[in-house]
Structures are given as C-alpha cells and as structure tokens.
Write a protein that binds this ligand. Structure first.
Ligand SMILES: *Cc1c(COP(=O)(O)O)cnc(C)c1O
Length: 442
C-alpha cells in the first residue's frame, strides 16, 4: 500500500513517490492521459529496444499474445466448469478454457492443470493449501540456494501459517544434500518439501527427494517459476516424471507468455482440491484475455520449445565462458565442471561491491542484471551474487557467437571500471541489430 506519507516504506521510495505525486497532481486529465501513454512507450523502448536484458525473470512476449490481452473477453466473468457455467452467453469462451487446459497438459505431459491462477506466487499458495494445514511444517530452499520469498515466512507460506525449515543444500554441487535432508526430514516431519527457487543452474536430485518424502508421507512441490520454458522444451529435468507431486510455474519468465500462474499434477486427489481452491476458493472471474494469450504462448512452445530451450542453454554456457575470459567473476560450483546447465548464469558479486550495487551501476549502461544470494561469503550490506538469464536475449535472436560482445560490454563496466554512460551508446547500437522475436509462431 502506498498513500500519503506512509512510514513503513524505504526512504528512497517515499521521496520518489512524493516527488512524482507533486509533478502529476497538477496535470489535467488530458495531460495525465498523454503522460500515461508516454510512460508506457518510453518503458517499452528502454527495455524492449535499447537494453541487453539479462534479468532472469522476464521475457519478451509474442505480440499476438499481447494483442489478445486487450480483448474485451478479459472483462467477462466465466464462473464454473466449461460446459456448466453460471454466467450466460459464454459459449465461445468456455471452449478457450478447454483448449488451454488440453495444450498445457500436452506440453508438460501432465494429467491435470489448474490455470485459473493469477501468478506464480498464487500458484504456490494453491499448492500449500492443497497439501498443508496452517501450523504444518514445510521445507524449502534457503536464500543462499535462491529460495523464493513465497516459500518462506514473509511470503505465502508464512501468511498461510506454515512453519518453514531449510532444505539442506550441497553448495559444491548446487543441489539438495539428500543425506542431510533425510535426517532433517525424519526429525521435522514436514508435510511438504519444496524443490527449486529463483536460480537453477543444474537439475536437482528430485528422485532422492521423492524417496525421502515417501518415507515420511510428505508431498513434493517443484517450483518451476523460472524453468517452465526449458522444462516444456525438454531441455531440463521433468519434475512430474521424476517424482514431484505438484509443479507450479510463472508464465512470463522462460515460458514466454503473459503474467499468470499454473499448477500441474498427475494426482487426481490433489487436482480435485486445486479445482476447489481455484473456484469457488480464490478466484471468481479470471482473465480470459490472459487465457487466450496463454494459448498463443503454449502453441509457440509446442512448435519451437525444443529449439528455444536448447538455444537458451547454449547462450548461457557461452556467455559464462566469455565473461570468464573477459575477467568477470563467474560463479562455478566447486564440484561441477560447468558454469551452468540452464539459462541461468551466476556471478560472484564481491569484486563489484555487491549484487545490488553492481546491478545499479551496470543499469546505467542499459545492461540489466539482478542480485541473488549465493553460497559464498556475505558482502556487507548487499547481496553476494548476481543472477543472469539468457531467455530474453535468445528470443531476440542472439546466438553463442554474439556472447563475446555482450561479455566485453559488461566487462567495460565491471572490470575496466569505465563510466557506464559511455558504454550505453555501444549497448544501444549492439541491441539495434536484434529487432525480430524468434521461436514464436508468426
Ligand atoms: C518469480 C518466482 C515466483 C513468483 O512468480 P510470480 O508469477 O512473479 O508471482 C515464485 N517462485 C519462484 C521460484 C520465482 O522465481
């Protein structure tokens, strides 16, 4: 919540909001309308056209999906199951639901999907509600293993009243420490064990986690918020086949669709609970424009997902190698012989004063990074890691042969300490060469 002078938000945010409100308050309705469109256009130009967007949790959507988001269909309530709707006059829309469900199940080789979910965060809440009662214990990845806030006390898990314990993590392999997990799980008796978080460099030992969960009667949730597109493309682990009872996802990250959430399972009992959680539980209307846009994204993945997922990984591996050659501190887990087997690359942020400071500095060169927690010594007052994702640059058609140029541009800021404002024109010039979205159907 923001409003007039709230005292619970950061000082920088309070100052920004006050200054913006002072500027906007004096504008007429027409001027505000103009300002609205200027802001959207400027934002699109900056990120879609002039930045090298290496932010891991985003993507450039298919414009045909974007157009469907604008349909009036999104404002039409559509309650209940297709074929048995409460609302009248929705005979066409209910066929869209059937189509999306069928295509998502085909894409992920799953028996059941719940797509009436507002976001990946809400998908996790659905999964918690389907498997746990308030007061139950769960286990989730810690911050150093890139666990997500929704898995923790501050997020959906805590708001639902769950007690969260850490999944023991083998930092040398960036994987679950299965022996320590077995010991801890026998002691803690969690109802749910969550695998994966906001950075997944390598697949996790899900079969071992499932074996441990079976011993104590717990469910396993794989959070595929970041990995949806790669899982769909068959280039990363297949969570449901490897033992996860539930897989949740965000649909605007590697998945490449509109912002939404999904929950998948092969278990009828969980599916029935999820159905009731979605309706009449936590949604009344859901946005059919988004349902339609999702269909475009799923068709893209069914047609081009395999090539796209492989290209994301090839770019990440080459970008990591090129950054390493350029003198950037690329993180490589001690017991692995690769920097990454996914679209993600991690950097040790200590040489750059911390992940947030480095991301803020290189932002001025129009290169977009974010901070992340890594299993490395902490950095005073900042995150100790930087996280990079190649899914968007891959959709813009960049290839392994382009990665040395990106590494060199980043190294000018991070290693040579050049003024980022002087690097920015070169980033924009580089970016101008990539204007076409790839791996989407025309
Ligand atoms: C991004 C993310 C989410 C939240 O997804 P939203 O769709 O943004 O709500 C959940 N879990 C993980 C691991 C994430 O990285």
């Amino acid at each position: 919540m923001t409003g007039t002078g709230p005292d619970w938000i950061p000082t920088a945010a309070a100052r920004f909001i006050a200054a913006q409100e002072a500027r906007l308050a004096s504008l007429s309705l027409d001027e505000l309308d103009r300002e609205l469109h200027l802001l959207v256009a400027a934002q699109e130009r900056q990120v879609d056209r002039e930045s090298i967007n290496l932010y891991a949790g985003t993507n450039i959507p298919n414009p045909r999906a974007g157009a469907l988001l604008a349909s009036s269909i999104g404002s039409r309530p559509n309650l209940g199951h297709p074929g048995a709707k409460y609302n009248k006059g929705m005979q066409h829309a209910e066929q869209l639901e059937v189509m999306l469900s069928m295509l998502l199940r085909r894409l992920f080789n799953a028996r059941f999907v719940e797509h009436r979910v507002g976001s990946g965060s809400l998908a996790n809440l659905y999964a918690f509600m389907a498997t746990c009662r308030p007061g139950d214990a769960i286990m989730a990845f810690s911050d150093a293993a890139a666990g997500h806030p929704t898995h923790h006390e501050v997020g959906a898990a805590g708001l639902y009243g769950l007690k969260v314990h850490e999944v023991p993590f083998d930092a040398a392999r960036m994987d679950v420490d299965a022996d320590a997990l077995r010991e801890a799980a026998r002691r803690i008796r969690p109802r749910l064990i969550i695998v994966a978080g906001s950075m997944c460099l390598f697949p996790y030992n899900l079969r071992a986690v499932r074996g441990i969960a079976d011993e104590i009667g717990a469910h396993v949730l794989y959070d595929a918020a970041h990995m949806g597109g790669l899982i769909a493309g068959g280039a990363f682990q297949q969570p449901l086949a490897e033992g996860a009872h539930l897989m949740t996802g965000s649909t605007y990250k590697s998945f490449g669709g509109p912002p939404s959430g999904i929950v998948l399972t092969n278990e009828a009992e969980l599916a029935a609970r999820l159905d009731r959680i979605a309706f009449p539980g936590l949604t009344a209307n859901f946005d059919l424009g988004r349902t339609s846009a999702m269909i475009v994204a799923v068709l893209d993945l069914l047609a081009h997902g395999r090539a796209y997922a492989a290209a994301c990984i090839a770019n990440a591996q080459e970008l990591a190698a090129a950054m390493d050659r350029a003198g950037i501190a690329v993180f490589r887990p001690a017991a692995r012989d690769a920097f990454t087997n996914s679209q993600h690359v991690a950097l040790d942020a200590a040489p750059y004063g911390g992940g947030n400071r480095a991301s803020a500095r290189i932002e001025s060169a129009n290169i977009l990074f974010t901070s992340i927690g890594l299993p490395l010594p902490s950095v005073d007052g900042d995150a100790n890691g930087i996280r990079i994702g190649t899914q968007e640059i891959t959709r813009w058609g960049m290839q392994p042969t382009d990665m040395a140029e990106i590494a060199a541009l980043a190294a000018r800021v991070l290693v040579q300490d050049e003024d980022p404002a002087r690097v920015r024109p070169d980033v924009i010039a580089f970016r101008r060469r990539f204007q076409q979205i790839h791996f989407v159907r025309g």
